[in-house]
Structures are given as structure tokens and as C-alpha cells.
Write a protein that binds this ligand. Sequence first.
Ligand code: NAD
Length: 460
Amino acid sequence: MNGTVAIHELTELRNYFAGGTTRPYAFRKQQLLLLKDAVLKHEQDINNALYTDLKKSPEEAYATETGLLLAEINLALKQLHRWMKPKRILPDLVNLPSSGKILADPLGVVLIIAPWNYPLQLSLIPLVGAIAGGNCVVIKPSELAPATSAIIQKMISEIFSPAYIKVVEGDGAAVIPAMMQQFRFDHIFYTGSIPVGKAIYQLAAKELIPVTLELGGKSPAIVEKDADLPVSARRIALGKFANAGQTCVAPDYVLVHEDIAEQFTTTLINTIQNFFGNDAGKSADYGKIINPKRFDQLLGYLKEGEVVYGGITDRASLYFSPTVIKNITPGAAIMKEEIFGPVLPILHFSTREEALAVVNQHPNPLAFYVFTSNAVKEKTWIEQTAFGGGCVNNAVWHFANHRFPFGGVGNSGIGAYHGKYSFKTFTHEKAVMKTPVWFDPAIKYPPFKGKLKWFKRFIH
Ligand code: NAD
């Protein structure tokens, strides 16, 4: 449905949840199977939508969206029983005899808000966790990827009752505050920009609604002088120019050691040409910018340094070629904002301290990449930088392994998901202790005078 949501539609979800239907293992498993079947059935429609919104090839669509989603569903189907199993907890001395367990309790009615850059998987991978956790869900896909939003709406309404899982389309700035003003969600899972994340956090705080915030930021790639240059160039180029740079974990900029800077830049340019040919506009593997507003913003960056490769653009088709830029003007916007497009600044450093000072201008990046063959440098970089997640000698791919928690830290977000971490995010660990009634010693109760020595013996 598009636009406004009536309160009774949200109350329907609350009632559905309260009825307990979503709790049993068999129900959750069945819904995951339905979702999987729907994704497989609509794979071609999904590919068409992702091509319309972002010019993704079927290969890229599978590797970065549909395939990741299917892998997440398959993992949940395999592990759900284990995840749901109550954990037995041993009693402490004071509470002997008693038994304890931790139950993974569903949260209730949760809201999932997704951005436009990976519009399918960033809406539906969280949904897998929410279903596995036994919740009812409202999904708000991004209006900036309307074709994908429409196919999500179609798929979900075909397989799920709107009292269980409902898709709400439309302008987030209007739709989301309107829903939140009339209905208290039990959790909000938001992926998108920092400013909107802050606005959602504020709305949620009024009602003490817990949030997961999957945000962005400037993720650096450090290339030390002992790095394998061809491999580093390939992995950085793939991470940066996939989806025309519109990836939250893309290397935002490269900090390369000055001794190898020229060689690295040449290798990088050759790599880009090998990937996309001389005219990336003709490459089936190269995407487009989401809309004219973002295109214009990216265009502004070209004036902020020396373009050493690319910089070719066509506003009509939203084509923005893979671009490498150096000698950035001091104070330029390109080094202040998350670029989120195919413009890659190359900066040089001579000492680690110098490089660290640049990284620290944007604390807590969502991702961090270091390319080096030196174990000490690797350890120092990884330990001394606070970041959400990252790679050594690679970029972006940690996102795809759902055995890792995926999320930011500090400025780049709150909470994490994927695989069992999604299940944890969408459930509450409810601690329950059960104490038999046949043993109830007087020492536990007032008057306490004279019992201190016993307390000290039992509580320590
Ligand atoms: P966005 O914040 O503009 O939009 C995201 C969602 O929020 C959309 O569904 C939109 O409808 C909704 N929205 C927009 N304005 C709103 C408002 N005022 N109130 C409530 N909801 C509102 O983000 P975007 O431009 O779609 O995404 C780009 C950003 O997302 C980048 O910063 C990127 O790094 C980040 N991102 C992060 C991840 C991650 O996993 N951490 C993944 C993808 C993108």
C-alpha cells in the first residue's frame, strides 16, 4: 500500500501478534519457505526491477541482492530450531535449588526501514530475522527505488496476510513519522543515512522504542607499501565501483603510502579499464546513479581535485564513469561527506600517524580496509581503529558472510544483524528462574540481624 496507514491497520498487526500465531517454530519455518519460494518465483521480476532502478546486471543482482537473501533464508531454515531453543542456566549459590532458562522472546510488531542502494536485500534480509524471531512486521522500502519497492509489495502481499507482514510504500519523511505518531512499534530497524537515522532515533526515544541503526560514513582503504598492488587494486576497484559506488561499505577513499602511490594509481586505472572497458557506459556490469539529485551532488566533487581517470558523465542517462581523483583541495566537501558514488579520492601518506589523522577526521567508519603483507602493521591498524567491520587485503566482502555480525559502531550505527545476529536483534533474551516451593529457609527473610556472616559466605 502507498502513503498513509490507518491506525486500525497497525492495530491488526498488534492483534495478530497477541494471538500467538507467529510464535511456533512450524509457523516461522513455513513463512520462511513461502518467502524463499516467492523470491525464486519472482527472480526475473526482481532482476527487471533492479535493472530499472540501478541498472544492475542479473549477475550483480544475484551476487549482491537475491543470492545473499536466499543464503540468509537458507541459513535461518537450517538454524532456526537451534536459535529458538531455550538456553539452560545453572543456579547461583543463593538461588539453590532452582532452574533457569533464557527464552528468545519475539519483540512484537517491528518496523523495517530500507534505503535504495541495495533495495531488495536491505529490506528483506532484516525481514528474515524478524520472521525467524516470531514478529509481525511493517516494511518500508525506499521510494527512491520504486520498481524494487513495487516488486517487494507484490511478493509480500501475495504470500502474507497484511495483519502479519505489511509493506508500506511512499515518501519516508511523510509516512514514517505519521505511523510512529499513532502507533508504538516494538522495535525499529533502520538502514540509511546518518541525518535520517538521527531523526528516527529521536522519534523512537519519545516512546522508548529500541532501535537498530545501520548507517553510513567514510570508510577508508589503507594501502601500505608492502601491499600486493594488483590484488589490492582489483579488490578496491570492485568494492568501489560495484553499483556505481553506491554501497555503504564501499571504500570511500584510498590512503596509499607515498612510495608506491604512483604505481598503485596506474595499476588501479588499468584494473578499472580491464573491468569495464574504455567506456564503462557500454559495460553490462556498470550501474547508474539513482537520481539527478545524487548525480548533481557527485558532479560537484569533480571540481575539488585533479581527475586522473574518468570524470565522464551523462545526466540524461545518469551515467557517471568510474573516476579517480587526486590532489584534493584542502577543506573540500569530498573529504567531509560520504561520497556514495563512483568517485575515488587517492590521498598519500608517509607515516602511519599521518594516515591515522585523516582516518580520525571521521571516527567510527562503518568499514575499514587495510592492504598489507606485514603482520605488525595489520595488527596495529585493526586494533587501533574503531570501525564496524572490515577486511585485511580485501574490501566489502565481509558483508556477504552471514556468520559475521554486520553493523556499525558509534557514528556508523547501533546494533548488528545477519544470520544468528539478526535473530538476536529481533528477539528479547528473557531470563526466567523457577524455584521449587519445598525448600524455603528462614535465612532469606527478615529479620536479618545476625545473618551477615551467612550472606558473606553465599554472596561473593
Ligand atoms: P535515506 O536515509 O534517505 O532513506 C532511507 C529510508 O528512510 C527510506 O526508506 C526513506 O523513505 C526513509 N526516510 C527518508 N527520510 C525520512 C524521514 N525524514 N523520516 C523518516 N524516514 C525517512 O537513506 P538513503 O539515501 O536511502 O541511503 C543512503 C545512506 O544509507 C548512505 O549513508 C549509506 O551509507 C547508508 N547505508 C547504510 C547501510 C548499512 O548497512 N549500514 C546500507 C546501505 C546504505
